[in-house]
Ligand binder design. Structure first.
Ligand code: PGA
Length: 241
């Protein structure tokens, strides 16, 4: 079941998302985290709440969705670096409780299977998601099987273009592959919180909520999940009927 919450703009989306997330910032909980521009407002709220109210992450675990293949963790645009800069370094979560898939290694597929095993041992209580302009969730591009586990994938042309802004607007600098939790992995989360803001997400949001459940729109699988909250701002909701 998907509950849709419509808000005015990205700032209000962050506030609503924090209200949902707050229920899960408790000892023993497992958070599924995401990167990209979308979660930044929510992460700022989590940091503010930690600093002002002392909300602790000492007994919380986290699993991130994905990582670029080939970027060392010291690269500022690696998702490892992103998570440390925007969240982990500003709260009290122990480093060993945080997990970001590695995009480096001899056998990425074996590492991907190990990542799924770790998640199976610590099931995710709430998975935060953005949505790609092509309907992707994590880096599961259109056509990815709905039952996929964590795997190595090629990025769609549209995703490489969308992410160019993080790499000096130079398309040749954008990694072309990523390690990503699969759609099957994501669907195992007990609850899902997807945030979509901005007009470039409107088409994907419409397909996710009103289209058929089809691998051409990876996010449409969420229609089959028991507990999903989708927060959409006005521009992202503009094509909804
Ligand atoms: P964005 O990316 O938050 O940077 O728009 C979302 C996504 O690709 O899932």
């Amino acid at each position: 079941m998907i509950r849709v919450i419509r808000v005015k703009d990205a700032a209000e989306a962050a506030e609503k998302a924090f209200e949902v997330m707050k229920e899960f910032i408790k000892p023993g909980k497992v958070l599924g985290l995401a990167t990209g521009s979308t979660p930044l407002g929510l992460y700022a709220k989590m940091v503010e709440d930690h600093k002002q109210n002392g909300t602790s992450y000492k007994e919380i675990k986290s699993f991130n969705l994905d990582e670029y293949v080939g970027l060392p963790i010291t690269h500022p645009e690696s998702y490892y670096a992103f998570m440390h800069r925007n969240l982990f370094d500003q709260i009290d979560i122990p480093e060993e409780n945080t997990h970001v898939p590695s995009g480096l290694g001899e056998d990425l597929e074996a590492q991907a299977r190990e990542y799924d095993e770790m998640i199976a041992e610590s099931p995710v209580d709430i998975q935060l998601l953005g949505i790609g302009s092509d309907g992707h969730i994590a880096f599961n591009e259109p056509g990815t099987p709905f039952d996929s586990g964590t795997h190595v994938t090629d990025l769609a042309e549209s995703t490489i273009k969308d992410n160019c802004r993080f790499f000096d607007n130079d398309i040749s600098k954008v990694p072309t592959q990523a390690v990503t939790q699969g759609i099957g992995t994501i669907m195992k989360a007990r609850n899902i919180l997807l945030i979509a803001t901005g007009a470039n997400k409107a088409k994907a949001v419409k397909e996710m909520l009103e289209g058929p459940v089809d691998e051409s729109c990876p996010a449409s699988i969420l229609q089959r999940h028991d507990s999903v909250v989708v927060i959409v701002d006005e521009p992202a909701a503009s094509l909804l009927s």
